[in-house]
Design a binder for this molecule. Structure first.
Ligand code: CMP
Length: 134
């Protein structure tokens, strides 16, 4: 399977706080090519479907409320070793534990409002990309 594509969403807090441009610039500077991108607002139905894997977890309801609270920017990114390199660039899910200089350390406030999503595997990158761009 290709390992040169990943999927990202700049989340409502980052869009709301005016960090979208800074985050996209950091992504491009790190060598990722943006091959598809759109700003959109998730409905509860689409957010639940996207995050189906987390259904039943204690944070699921808050996650859906949060992800539907404002516009997001969805994008497909290309680079060699895209999934792993992108997860390194964005940092730990919990911004308190994210390394210095990562997107979440710089722009995220909490584990819920953590600024950005990155796919966790090549197969999920394909599924998530197709969810938003097909
Ligand atoms: P992300 O990995 O992009 O997608 C699932 C999101 O659920 C995750 O980012 C966090 O923003 C949110 N979340 C809230 N609490 C947790 C938790 N305990 N573990 C993992 N994800 C969490």
């Amino acid at each position: 399977m290709d390992n040169n594509k990943t999927f990202t969403m700049i989340k409502p807090d980052a869009v709301q706080n005016g960090y979208a441009g800074l985050i996209l610039a950091k992504i491009e500077k790190a060598g990722f090519k943006i091959t598809a991108m759109k700003m959109t607002q998730l409905s509860a139905e689409s957010a639940e479907s996207f995050y189906e894997i987390h259904r039943g977890k204690p944070f699921f309801k808050d996650l859906i409320n949060y992800m539907t609270s404002g516009p997001i920017i969805a994008a497909i990114l290309e680079k060699d070793n895209a999934v792993l390199d992108f997860r390194e660039l964005i940092g730990n899910t919990n911004p308190q534990e994210a390394k210095e200089g990562t997107i979440r350390q710089l722009y995220a406030k909490s584990i819920d409002a953590n600024a950005i999503h990155g796919s966790d595997s090549d197969s999920n990158a394909k599924i998530e990309g197709e969810f938003h761009f097909s």
